[in-house]
Design a protein around this ligand. Structure first.
Ligand code: HEM
Length: 108
């Protein structure tokens, strides 16, 4: 059964665009990972400062395998870090992992 893992990243009020920019620079980093079914970065349209990275996986084990893989660490390192330079400051001030499965609904 598909599992949905949501990383809820809270950013400083003016940092959202930079977060989106960093994700755009790393789009595709998870493609090809076993069990990965896609992700979407959700931007708040009210005055909240928590963005959601909604990822879908074919099962829990596939997600755990990715989170514990070198690919996860690599994908979360900036270009600067990868080339040995100091890491730019993180945009997020905190993050929280939420885990869901579908409990019903209606396909589009
Ligand atoms: C549910 C799965 C995921 C988890 C648990 C996770 C975990 C994290 C964590 C802990 C942060 C740090 C937030 C902070 O700065 O406080 C982060 C940031 C980030 N993640 Fe993920 N992530 C996930 C999925 C993804 C995916 C699918 C991508 C893109 C392919 C991605 C790309 C990024 C980027 C670009 C940042 C911003 C780093 C920065 O501030 O420079 N993440 N993630």
């Amino acid at each position: 059964m598909t599992v949905i893992k949501i990383n809820a990243i809270t950013v400083a009020p003016d940092s959202g665009d930079e977060l989106a920019h960093r994700f755009a620079a790393r789009a595709g980093a998870v493609d090809g990972q076993a069990g990965f079914e896609g992700f979407e970065l959700m931007k708040p349209t009210d005055d909240r400062t928590t963005w959601l990275v909604v990822t879908r996986w074919s099962d829990e084990d596939s997600f755990q395998a990715w989170v514990n893989s070198p690919a996860f660490g690599h994908g979360h390192r900036s270009e600067a870090e990868r080339s040995g330079q100091p890491a730019p400051a993180h945009v997020g001030v905190s993050s929280e992992l939420w885990s869901y499965v579908s409990a019903g609904g209606s396909p589009a």
